[in-house]
Design a protein around this ligand. Structure first.
Ligand code: SF4
Length: 351
């Protein structure tokens, strides 16, 4: 199997070329794509409206990969964390989160991460490698199957907020988003329901605005450079003035806003002064703020503020006319809160 490529690593253009180079008509590609994504086929024999010679060609040239569930933990609130085994022995996490009337899926884009955020357990492992297009899409397909097997709600929202920095794996992430959102042959997720969360690689924002019309979230976590340098070393390369300028210039559809995630850490970034500074910093941007009380993990040295402190931080932002939502920490009992779901990967991968 490993000697053949995973067909989901080919984008539409490459698949058309493949058929044409094999002496077949390019429209076979769209038929194949519909089977691969819209119908989520897991073998070529299922592709019954494809001529036999095309199916044979595909099965001798490719395989259809799907990440295997190595481990699965379900929280009391229904949040489900998957640890997916990759073919090279690595593993990544995805988290399926039940909301009021739909599921949201948080997916990974890299094995590990090079960004080095000091509050994040994934950072401790460093970066191992980028995920391929197929590995990113595979998490979505496996979670769609899991959501359907539970019955009831549909998986409709995706956040690229798991392990890794999506903009550091730009090509594969954009190509995967294409398959996830394509409304003709793809998985047909609405672009308004797909959110890419970045630690702030501001030099990629123009590319992103050109290549994908999805929502943008920025993991901010501090409103001054000194604190942000301490929490997120990426701030040294893209300090706040540059980051905020890139956000202000980011072309947004009418009524859309950039979401700024702010993990509240006791005594580090949760004071009244921090809230006022944050309100001032975001003034040039159409912004909304997600306040995420730290999902404490042993050994991090960081502590979650009391609820009273969290609420007073929120009310300062509300008084300054921001939408500031306190995100309930779903799946906290399995360390699966979005933005921090990475935590136990290493532990799990050795279980
Ligand atoms: S918080 Fe995100 S960007 Fe920062 S180290 Fe962790 S995975 Fe990477």
């Amino acid at each position: 199997m490993a000697s053949k490529p995973d067909i989901r690593n080919l984008d539409q253009r490459q698949l058309i070329k493949f058929f044409e180079n094999s002496g077949m008509r390019g429209y076979r590609a769209d038929q194949t794509l519909r089977w691969l994504y819209f119908r989520r086929a897991d073998n070529f024999d299922q592709m019954t409206d494809l001529a036999k010679d095309a199916r044979t060609l595909l099965s001798t040239s490719f395989y259809i990969g799907k990440p295997a569930v190595r481990d699965k933990q379900t929280s009391e609130d229904g949040t489900c964390k998957f640890l997916f085994a990759l073919e090279d022995g690595n593993a990544v996490e995805s988290v399926l989160i039940p909301e009021k009337d739909h599921y949201t899926l948080c997916i990974s884009t890299q094995v590990g991460c090079a960004m080095g955020c000091t509050f994040c357990m994934t950072a401790k492992t460093g970066l191992t490698r980028n995920l391929s297009r197929a590995e990113i899409i595979g998490q979505v397909i496996a979670a769609m199957d899991a959501a359907e097997s539970r019955g009831g709600m549909r998986l409709s929202n995706i956040v690229l907020m798991g392990m890794g920095e999506p903009l550091a794996n730009y090509k594969n992430v954009i190509s995967a988003i294409d398959a996830i959102t394509d409304s003709n042959w793809g998985l047909k997720f609405s672009t308004r329901r797909v959110t890419l969360s970045t630690a702030g690689l501001a030099d990629r924002f123009d590319d992103l605005a050109r290549d994908a019309r999805i929502r943008l979230a920025v993991s901010l976590n501090a409103a001054d450079n000194e604190t942000r340098n301490r929490l997120m070393p990426v701030n040294k390369a893209f300090p706040l003035d540059r980051l905020i300028k890139a956000c202000a210039n980011y072309p947004l559809p009418a009524r859309d806003k950039i979401t700024f995630e702010y993990i509240l850490i006791k005594g580090i970034n949760d004071s009244e002064k921090d809230a006022l500074q944050l309100a001032k910093l975001l003034r040039p941007v159409r912004a909304k703020i997600n306040l995420i009380p730290l999902n404490q993990h042993p050994g991090s040295g960081f502590v979650r503020p009391e609820i009273k402190e969290i609420e007073s931080f929120q009310s300062i932002l509300t008084e300054k006319n921001y939408t500031a939502i306190i995100r309930r920490s779903k799946g906290a009992d399995i360390s699966a809160a979005c933005g921090q779901l990475r935590g136990e990967t290493k532990t799990l991968s050795h279980s």
